[in-house]
Design a protein. Structure first.
Length: 198
């Protein structure tokens, strides 16, 4: 439009049913734009919301163990650590010593080393085991970044939704879907003896 007086600019805004918005106040003369300000605010809020959704917050999860942990309990705790690392979170592992256990820190150290070896394909030792009073602490960091893990989870969820739409009768739970597939395979198979008699 070029340089126009304020009254003329306001008149133009009313004519086109738009708002006169000052874009650069410090410029000489000030720069203004004709736009739908409500729509602009909505779109900028949506962009900010989308940016926040893709933003990754670093979270440190904590897992507590005892030096004399039962093998099944160890497997359960290791499963949690694996899940946290797959999600892209750091994991702080704490070994709690009580009573006489405090005189045997090597038990805790061995347990932490074993756990680090068990999950080495998903994470790495970010902070080596160190004694902190009655506890021994080690921090594991994931190989995958949080944003990558979030993107993979989103893709897997979209794939499940697409599969559910394609096969509406099928179960959405992967374990149930696998069981259904096995059941179908069992129905199709015919024993050799019955086949020979027919």
């Amino acid at each position: 439009m070029g340089i126009v007086p304020l009254a003329k600019a306001l008149e133009l805004a009313q004519e086109y049913d738009l708002d006169l918005v000052e874009v650069a106040a410090n410029a000489r003369p000030p720069v203004c734009k004709l736009m739908d300000y409500g729509k602009f605010k909505y779109e900028s809020a949506m962009k900010a919301r989308e940016a926040r959704k893709n933003q990754a917050h670093t979270v440190i999860k904590e897992m507590k163990l005892r030096p004399k942990i039962d093998p099944h309990d160890y497997d359960t705790k290791k499963g949690h650590v694996v899940r946290f690392l797959k999600q892209g979170d750091k994991v702080k592992i704490t070994i709690m010593f009580r009573g006489r256990e405090q005189s045997r820190p090597e038990l805790g150290y061995r347990l932490l080393q074993r756990l680090a070896e068990d999950v080495q394909d998903l994470g790495f030792v970010e902070s080596n085991p160190k004694q902190d009073g009655r506890n021994m602490i080690m921090v594991l960091g994931p190989h995958k970044k949080k944003t990558e893990a979030m993107a993979e989870a989103r893709q897997a969820q979209e794939a499940r939704k697409a599969d559910a739409k394609a096969n509406p009768g099928r179960s959405q739970n992967p374990a149930e879907a696998e069981a259904e597939a096995e059941a179908e395979a069992a129905e199709v198979e015919v024993p050799a003896e019955e086949h020979a008699e027919a």
